[in-house]
Design a protein around this ligand. Structure first.
Ligand code: 5GP
Length: 122
């Protein structure tokens, strides 16, 4: 799937759409989700043009991969979640219901989050 430069997160990265920024460095931007599903719900996105994990693991540099995941840890720490705990999640493609075609890591926290996932039967 080709990268769409008009996707909403590309527009946030360009400053065309506002966001409630939590953290930024050379590799990543983190901001509050517009429709939070937990008391804390933040998205961490790479600055590079990557559609999904498939695209990212194939095409991103080691520095970009390390930079994104270090940013996730820094954001959780900045949000004060280290002690209480948190969940990270990245939806990838159709079965995961990925809505925005720019890789993003969700960070959920601020309350007990329950089990990892409702069990799915085929
Ligand atoms: P996905 O289902 O792709 O993993 O999650 C996309 C997430 O992006 C959703 O949780 C949705 O609420 C969030 N989102 C969509 N549009 C915007 C926006 O314009 N600003 C922010 N901050 N979040 C958005």
């Amino acid at each position: 799937m080709a990268y769409d430069d008009d996707n909403v997160f590309a527009r946030i990265l360009r400053g065309e759409i506002p966001c409630k920024k939590v953290y930024e460095d050379d590799y990543a931007l983190a901001f509050h989700d517009i429709n939070p599903l937990a008391p804390v719900h933040v998205l961490v996105i790479p600055k590079g043009r990557y559609v999904s994990m498939v695209d990212f693991h194939r095409n991103a540099s080691d520095a970009e991969i390390a930079g994104l995941f270090r940013a996730v840890g820094r954001v959780a720490e900045k949000l004060g979640l280290n002690e209480s705990g948190y969940r990270i999640l990245a939806n990838n493609g159709r079965d995961a219901n990925q809505e925005v075609p720019h890789l993003h890591i969700h960070i959920f926290g601020g309350a007990p989050l329950g089990r990892m996932l409702k069990k799915i039967e085929r």
